[in-house]
Structure formats: structure tokens, C-alpha cells
Design a binder for this molecule. Structure first.
Ligand SMILES: CC(C)(COP(=O)(O)OP(=O)(O)OC[C@H]1O[C@@H](n2cnc3c(N)ncnc32)[C@H](O)[C@@H]1OP(=O)(O)O)[C@@H](O)C(=O)NCCC(=O)NCCS
Length: 147
């Protein structure tokens, strides 16, 4: 997709280092388990084309991870570099993800927003996402290749 000089394209493993710099730079995104280079490589291979980067003149303006499990779509680590904010880059990345998930036959997508990220929450609400009422996110470690 292209808008206002910003182009979006598939997130490639070659973008990993620059994406990590971006994620480390912004408030509201936390690099965590599952985010090593090899884990992201596997994630991208499992969900071809769904994760996206936005660029202007080959500078990374934003990035997002996106995938699905065959039933629900998931978006992670949406971030736009501070110098590029307010120009629709976040929205462009979201549109790509929504289109990609829809084309894959997925009907609903889920994101997790840190409870202290009120600006992030406003962005999602503004872009058509809603709170999940009556549900609390829960998680546990399941090992993932370790014995
Ligand atoms: C949230 C973030 C991705 C928004 O990126 P962006 O490129 O500045 O957003 P856009 O320019 O595409 O904005 C799209 C729409 O959302 C609105 N919006 C953007 N940021 C907003 C905010 N903080 N509060 C309220 N509305 C916001 C814009 O006004 C625009 O709405 P409009 O089309 O009605 O004018 C960016 O601020 C960011 O990287 N934040 C830090 C990381 C983060 O919190 N990510 C989300 C993790 S859950």
C-alpha cells in the first residue's frame, strides 16, 4: 500500500534489527519471549505476508507483527517511529493487517494493550477496535522446545 509517500510491504527477517530498535525506542511495546530473531523468522514463515513494515525512502517508519491460528487473528508490536506519527502510518499498517487476515478467511482479530498504555488504547478505539467485555487475558508458559 502507498499513501502520502509512505509505502507498506511485507516484514522480512532482514527488517528484524531495525524493528527491534524501533520497538525498544517506543513506549507501549515490550519485547518479550517469542521475539528472538529465530522465533520471529519462524513466525514470519508461518504467517507469510501478514506482518508489515512502513517505509519512507527506505527508512522504517513503522512495523507490526500479524498472524492467525486459523480462527482468530492476532496483531503484536504495532509501533510508529515518533518522527512519523500522526501521518496515518499506524492506520496504514492496520489496514494491511485487516486486509491480509480477511483474505485468509479470518473473521475476528485480537490485540493486547498494556493497561497503562492509554494513548495506545485511544488509537485502537479510534480505529474500530473495542474492549473485550467480560473477559480477562490469562497466560502461562508451556515450554516451547525446552525439555
Ligand atoms: C499508536 C501508534 C501506533 C499510532 O501511530 P500513528 O501513525 O501516529 O497513527 P495514525 O496517524 O495512523 O492515526 C490513525 C488515527 O488514530 C488517531 N490517533 C493516533 N494516535 C492517537 C492517540 N494517541 N490518541 C488518539 N487518537 C490517536 C489519529 O488521529 C487518526 O485518527 P483520524 O484518522 O480520525 O485522524 C503510535 O503512536 C505508536 O507507535 N505508539 C507507541 C507504541 C504503541 O503504543 N503501540 C500500540 C501497542 S498496543
Amino acid at each position: 500500500m502507498e499513501r502520502n509517500g509512505i509505502t507498506t510491504r511485507e516484514f522480512l527477517i532482514g527488517d528484524y534489527d531495525r524493528a527491534v530498535v524501533l520497538w525498544n525506542d517506543v513506549e507501549g511495546v515490550e519485547i518479550c519471549e517469542g521475539d528472538s530473531r529465530e522465533e520471529i523468522r519462524a513466525y514470519l514463515e508461518r504467517n507469510p505476508g501478514l506482518s508489515r513494515v512502513a517505509e519512507e525512502n527506505e527508512t522504517i517508519a513503522g512495523a507490526v507483527l500479524c498472524g492467525h491460528d486459523g480462527r482468530r487473528g492476532f496483531l503484536y508490536h504495532l509501533a510508529v517511529a515518533p518522527a512519523f506519527r500522526g501521518r496515518g502510518v499506524g492506520q496504514l499498517l492496520l489496514e494491511d493487517c485487516v486486509q491480509g487476515l480477511s483474505a485468509a478467511g479470518i473473521k475476528r482479530a485480537i490485540i493486547l494493550v498494556a493497561d497503562d498504555n492509554s494513548l495506545g488504547r485511544e488509537f485502537w478505539l479510534r480505529n474500530g477496535w473495542e474492549d473485550i467485555t467480560g473477559a480477562l487475558p490469562m497466560a502461562r508458559d508451556v515450554g516451547g522446545g525446552t525439555t
